[in-house]
Design a protein around this ligand. Structure first.
Ligand SMILES: Nc1ncnc2c1ncn2[C@@H]1O[C@H](COP(=O)(O)OP(=O)(O)OP(=O)(O)O)[C@@H](O)[C@H]1O
Ligand SMILES: [Mg+2]
Length: 364
């Protein structure tokens, strides 16, 4: 186990800055997920940690010691890629043993460590199976055993589940988490799937265009995203532009682009005249056929008056929730309500309402 530090790490490919100054400290035994849209620099960051790429700038340290100039085999890392790349002509045990044999470990030790690694990934009974005769999930577990068998200080996983079908992915994300906890290994997990990252990791690192936008627990990032990009990337977000008219006691009155006035909690530095982006999560909003009670405009802050009038476009049952699309002026807002909620008919006029405490304001 090791701490991993990235200090203003940069990587350019010609004029293209794939990683543009990333700083991050990963604690011993911590499970961190790097996530972000395609091309944001996740794989490049992981390859820099692994040593498959050399940084153009900055430093990478394991336990306080720079590894930036060390080749991969001297960094004590285990790596699992999207394509598990098992040797097809070898058995499960031979695949897992490969790295140990390269290190010239004595045979009895190899056998013992292979057995332990396969037990960890719940493949204890499959040692002699040909690796071609395994399901995708089993192959991925062999790849994980192969990475763990060398007892690395750091485990690096690049989209290890993306070749699996949806149900297996969901099962494997918890399994990887459980194995990581049991082994207690410092882990960096790359994914572009937010629910995978939220389910597996201690902390999420949200990247965009080669930089880190936000680092935090799933809850921190979901409840207090730092900007509209993070809000829209982690979970769904309705974003509506507006201008602050007045700030009173931690709440702002906002005039939205269509002239509607609403109230939202705001940051201490929010001020009248500021251009903002209002964010409401779909599950924090609801729809009703009748307008909520109008409070006197003089009340500070007015309560319950957050309402945008629109038309209910669609209602789709997604399982536990119903997703509603509501046309409000030019835009379509997304509202999520529990299954079984009584709803006005599709096509009718509705009001979208929300609790001001649940809305966030970002500087535009
Ligand atoms: N060897 C390379 N040569 C030139 N450009 C590269 C190279 N590797 C990556 N890039 C560029 O660097 C940027 C970051 O790539 P990277 O593979 O790190 O993205 P990613 O976040 O892993 O994306 P994805 O989710 O699609 O895997 C991209 O714009 C990519 O085109
Ligand atoms: Mg990638």
């Amino acid at each position: 186990m090791a701490t991993v530090e990235l200090l203003d790490v940069r990587k350019s490919f010609g004029a293209m800055q794939a990683v543009a100054g990333v700083s991050l400290r990963i604690a011993e035994g911590e499970f961190v997920a790097l996530l972000g849209p395609s091309g944001c620099g996740k794989t490049t960051t992981l390859n820099l940690i692994a040593g498959f790429l050399e940084p153009t700038g900055g430093d990478i340290r394991f336990d306080g010691t720079s590894v930036a100039r060390l080749p991969p085999h001297r960094r004590n890392i285990g790596v699992v890629f999207q394509s598990y790349a098992l040797f097809p002509h070898m058995t499960v045990a031979q695949n897992v043993a490969f790295g140990l044999e390269m290190r010239k470990l004595p045979k009895p030790q190899v056998t013992e460590r292979v057995r332990r690694a396969l037990d960890i990934v719940h493949l204890g009974q499959m040692e002699d199976r040909n690796s071609r005769q395994l399901s995708g999930g089993q192959q991925q577990r062999v790849a994980l055993a192969r990475a763990l068998v060398i007892e690395p200080a750091v485990l690096l996983l690049d989209e290890p589940l993306s070749n699996l079908d949806a149900a297996l992915r969901e099962q494997m994300r918890f399994e990887i988490r459980e194995i990581q906890q049991r082994v207690g290994i410092t882990t960096v997990f790359v994914t572009h799937d937010q629910s995978e990252a939220m389910a597996a990791a201690d902390r999420l690192v949200v990247m965009d265009k080669g930089v880190i936008r936000q680092v935090g627990t799933a809850r921190e990032i979901y409840e207090t995203p730092v900007d509209p990009f993070v809000a829209g990337f982690i979970g769904q977000a309705n974003l509506i532009a507006g201008t602050i008219d007045r700030v009173t006691g931690g709440q702002a009155q906002v005039v939205l682009e269509d002239g509607t006035r609403v109230v939202a909690s705001c940051r201490p530095d929010a001020h009248a005249g500021q251009a903002v982006m209002l964010m409401v999560r779909p599950e924090d909003a609801s729809v009703s056929a009748v307008a909520p009670p109008v409070t006197a405009p003089s009340a500070t802050p007015p309560s319950g008056g957050n309402a945008l009038s629109g038309t209910l476009l669609r209602a789709s049952l997604l399982g536990a929730t119903i997703n509603l699309g509501v046309a409000v002026g030019e835009r379509s807002l997304s509202v999520s309500v529990p299954r079984g909620t009584a709803l006005p008919p599709v096509g009718s006029a509705v009001f979208v309402t929300w609790d001001p405490e649940r809305a966030l304001l970002f500087p535009a």
